[in-house]
Every structure is written in structure tokens, then in C-alpha cells.
Design a protein around this ligand. Structure first.
Ligand code: ATP
Ligand code: MG
Ligand code: MG
Ligand code: MG
Length: 466
């Protein structure tokens, strides 16, 4: 039988503990660093050590870190591998071991402990990192054509315009080795999945962009727990692993449907619910409350999306606390604070869900107003349809359905073009996102500002109707 998600996590921590790493608990999703919105990577709690602002208590550490990446929100349910909430397993060296050991251990863990066949693995290195290339080729024995040199965007890490930085090396799993090695394209996610990223912090970058070697070289790594579960449990995506699927089944049961029999759109909705509810219970457990600002706004937006996708699959009644219960039950052994914070989690969900349902009701009234202003056989313009969708969570199909009942048509092309504009905005934010802490903050900040949700404070937007 394949390893459970919990075993995969424990196996990772045990492996590095046996190699002199201090096992530390996951830090909160609310970072200590006041300039960062949410914990986006396992390295974030150690950032002051890497920057030389705080001494390391241990030369080596290993963690399973709760992470949230809002830049992946549009990928949720659409790619097989992206979540908002996920766990990043990591091993860290603070001026202790470096490239050789990091690579050798990552390989040993992947192949001998997790048992991945060597000929299913492909690695990437930074274009100029001949040292890492040579270690993979000569010490590990990877055929050179399966060591792919990549550019700065994917394989160079820094933590801002100045400070420690360095090349990365990633390990990918190959789902389709039968396609041959002639043209290995690591961007092809029907074939490859990145699961382990090793960062070699070896330079200091100064204001002019010059790189000088660091005295104390550091290792920072990240392995996606859900991705390793997908690979080892041989599932078509992260969502069908034992880490998430029980939550999806709960939501499906409430909707009176079966995941396996569902069409693609319904599956996406179920995946969104499964993903977001995990994020939501952990965020509230870590003390975040819904608001229109910062991380509170992220929480509100996630809850709204859960409710909206619930409606899309036919759930009429309040249901988020029941799905949350399923998520708490699934994760409480590893994260006991979920159970101790259960009352707060459910209370927050109850309030937010009922408020949002009222917003949806107001959207229905707004739609009625729009329609009453139109002549018989008239058309609802695309901007109105988009606004109903964006502000009131009204799916365009619902607007269309109601309009048809009244003998009206809907400018779906206009709606689609508004949607495309929004996608462009979030893609621009997505493409430029990186792991640099300040960079992520800036871009998140920009993203949030752009999409700032006004539906709660400006609900009676009769001005917009006229
Ligand atoms: P991708 O290219 O697939 O978006 P990434 O390069 O952005 O991944 P890293 O920043 O290198 O990811 O993070 C380290 C590891 O964390 C990845 O190799 C992956 O296993 C995992 N990971 C990153 N982002 C996500 C996510 N949104 N959901 C689940 N796991 C993730
Ligand atoms: Mg990414
Ligand atoms: Mg990547
Ligand atoms: Mg990566």
C-alpha cells in the first residue's frame, strides 16, 4: 500500500532528523515579519537567520511548514498540482552543509526512501551552475541530457534587490517516460511535476548587482507534501490524495452528487471547496479574522469562493461549517490547534457565510432592478453581468437563466471580455510573482488593491444601476 500523506510527512522529518537536523514545528501562517502577509514558504520563519539578523540555534533544521500562496488561487482545481494552502517539507542548513550533501540527501530520500525509480526523475539546475550540474552527473549518475539548465526566472533565488541569493536545483517526476528523452520540456505539466526545490544560498548581491561569495553558505529546500502524495499514491492530481479527498467527498455528499460521476466543472468546484476550506480553517486557527484588508481580505475571499462554488454545484443551505468539520477531523492529529480553535472557526464561517448569502440575495434584487429598466426583449450589458459575478458572486449562467425567464438576453461576449481583462490583471501579477519576500508582498499588495472587494461596504450600489 502506498504511503499516506501523514507517513510521507513523518518520513521526511525522520530522514533529516537522523542526519542531524532539529525537527521544528510549523510556524504560524501569520509571519513574524510584519511586512509579509502570509507564510509562503518553509524558509520564511528562518529568513532573519539567512539575512544574518539572528543567530541560528541549530546548524540544521527540518520542518513541515503550513503555507498559503494566493498567487496560485486561479490555478486551484485547474492544474493538478497547485493549492492556496499546502505543506512544504524542508531541510535547512545555516552555514553548515552545502550543495553536495543537499543533493545527495534529496536524491537518497527520493529514490531509496520514497522509492521513486531513478529513471523517472529529471533535474534542473541554474544555467551557470556547473558545480551542481557536475554533482548530479558525476556523483549521482544522472545522464547529462536529463539535467536541464534553466534560466534565472525559475532557478535563481534572491530575497530582494540585495542580500543572500543563489541558484536552485529542482527534482521533477516524469509521468510519461515512454514519450522519450528527445525533447524534455519541464514546463509540460501533462508529463512532469516539480516536487523538490533545493536553493543554494552562496552569494551576496550588492546594490550594483555584483555577486560575491558568502562566508556562510546556506541550504533552503522545499518539497510539496501534496505533490509527493500524488506521485506515491498514483493519483491524477493532488486533490485525490488522502490529504484532501475526504473533504471533497463531504462536500459532494452535501450536494447529493458523486465526485467520480461529476462533470469537469463540478470537479473543479469540489476541488476549490476542498482546497479553500483547508486554507480557511488553518487561517482562522492561526488567529486571522475576515475583513476587507490584508490577510483578513484573503480569508473573506476564500470563504466567498467556497460558498459560491457550493451554489454552483447545487448546495442551497449553509454548509461551510460541515465541510470545515471534515477538514478539522482530517488534520487534527497533526494540527491539534484546529480542534481547540473549532468554536472560533465555525463561528467565523457561520457569520461570513450568512453575510455573503445576504449579499447574493441583494445581487438578485440588483438584477431585478436592472431587468425592470430594460424593454421587452432587451439585453443586459456585459459590464452588469460581470459586476454581478465579481461583486455578488453571481455566476453568469445564473444571470442568463433568470434573464431568459423574463424574455431578456445577455451580452455574454461583453461579459467574457470583462473576464479576460480581469484574467490579464491577475496573470500579470502571477507571472511576476517570485519567492522573494518583499517581491511577493509588493505583488500581493498590488493584486489585493486591484481586486479590492467593495461588496460589503457598498452593497446598496443603486448608483451603479442607474
Ligand atoms: P511551480 O513551478 O509548480 O508553481 P514553484 O517553483 O512555484 O512550483 P517553489 O517556490 O519552488 O514552487 O516551492 C517549493 C515546492 O513547494 C515546489 O517544488 C512544490 O513541490 C511545492 N509548491 C509550490 N507551490 C505550490 C502550490 N501552490 N501548491 C502545492 N505545492 C506547491
Ligand atoms: Mg509556482
Ligand atoms: Mg517552479
Ligand atoms: Mg520551484
Amino acid at each position: 500500500t502506498p504511503l499516506s500523506g501523514d507517513r510521507i510527512r513523518q518520513t521526511f522529518l525522520d530522514f533529516y532528523a537522523a542526519r542531524g537536523h532539529q525537527v521544528l514545528p510549523s510556524a504560524s501562517l501569520v509571519p513574524e515579519d510584519p511586512t509579509v502577509l502570509l507564510t509562503i514558504a518553509g524558509m520564511l520563519p528562518f529568513k532573519p537567520i539567512f539575512l544574518g539578523q539572528r543567530p541560528a540555534e541549530f546548524p540544521r533544521a527540518t520542518t513541515s511548514q503550513k503555507c498559503i500562496r494566493t498567487n496560485d488561487i486561479e490555478n486551484v482545481g485547474r492544474t493538478a498540482r497547485h493549492h492556496t494552502f499546502f505543506e512544504m517539507l524542508g531541510n535547512f542548513s545555516f552555514g553548515d552543509y552545502f550543495k553536495e550533501k543537499a543533493i545527495a540527501w534529496a536524491w537518497e530520500l527520493s529514490t531509496e526512501v520514497y522509492g521513486l525509480p531513478a529513471d523517472r526523475l529529471v533535474v534542473s539546475v541554474f544555467r551557470e551552475d556547473d558545480e551542481a550540474f557536475a554533482i548530479w552527473r558525476d556523483q549521482i549518475g544522472i545522464p547529462p541530457h536529463r539535467i536541464i539548465r534553466m534560466g534565472e526566472a525559475d532557478n535563481f533565488w534572491n530575497s530582494g534587490p540585495t542580500g543572500p541569493c543563489g541558484p536552485c536545483s529542482e527534482i521533477y517526476y516524469d509521468f510519461h517516460p515512454e514519450r522519450g528523452d528527445d525533447s524534455i520540456d519541464l514546463e509540460d505539466d501533462t508529463r512532469f511535476i516539480e516536487f523538490y526545490n533545493l536553493v543554494f544560498m552562496q552569494y551576496n548581491q550588492d546594490l550594483e548587482g555584483n555577486l560575491t561569495p558568502l562566508q556562510a553558505q546556506n541550504i533552503d529546500t522545499g518539497m510539496g507534501l501534496e505533490r509527493m502524495a500524488q506521485i506515491l499514491q498514483q493519483k491524477p492530481n493532488n486533490y485525490e490524495t488522502d490529504l484532501i479527498f475526504p473533504i471533497i467527498e463531504t462536500a459532494a455528499k452535501i450536494a447529493g452528487i458523486r465526485y467520480t460521476k461529476a462533470d469537469e466543472a463540478t470537479k473543479v468546484s469540489l476541488k476549490v471547496i476542498g482546497d479553500h476550506i483547508r486554507a480557511v480553517v488553518h487561517m482562522i486557527a492561526d488567529g486571522i479574522t475576515a475583513s476587507n484588508l490584508g490577510r483578513g481580505y484573503v480569508l473573506r475571499r476564500l470563504i466567498r469562493r467556497v460558498v459560491r462554488h457550493g451554489r454552483l454545484i447545487g448546495i442551497e443551505q449553509a454548509f461551510t461549517t460541515d465541510v470545515a468539520e471534515s477538514a478539522i477531523a482530517l488534520m487534527e492529529k497533526v494540527y491539534p490547534n484546529l480542534r481547540s480553535r473549532e468554536p472560533a472557526i465555525k463561528a467565523e464561517l457561520q457569520v461570513e457565510e450568512s453575510r455573503f448569502r445576504e449579499t447574493l440575495d441583494r445581487g438578485e434584487k440588483l438584477l431585478a432592478d436592472i431587468m425592470s429598466g430594460l424593454p421587452k426583449g432587451g439585453e443586459i450589458c456585459g459590464i452588469d453581468v460581470f459586476e454581478l459575478y465579481d461583486t455578488y458572486g453571481f455566476p453568469a449562467e445564473l444571470t442568463q437563466e433568470i434573464a431568459e425567464e423574463q424574455g431578456l438576453t445577455v451580452d455574454m461576449a461583453g461579459f467574457e471580455s470583462e473576464m479576460a481583462k480581469q484574467r490579464d490583471r491577475s496573470r500579470a501579477a502571477h507571472e511576476t510573482i517570485d519567492l522573494t519576500v518583499q517581491g511577493t508582498l509588493d505583488k500581493l499588495g498590488g493584486q489585493l488593491h486591484e481586486t479590492e472587494f467593495l461588496g460589503y461596504t457598498e452593497v446598496s450600489s443603486s448608483a451603479r444601476v442607474t
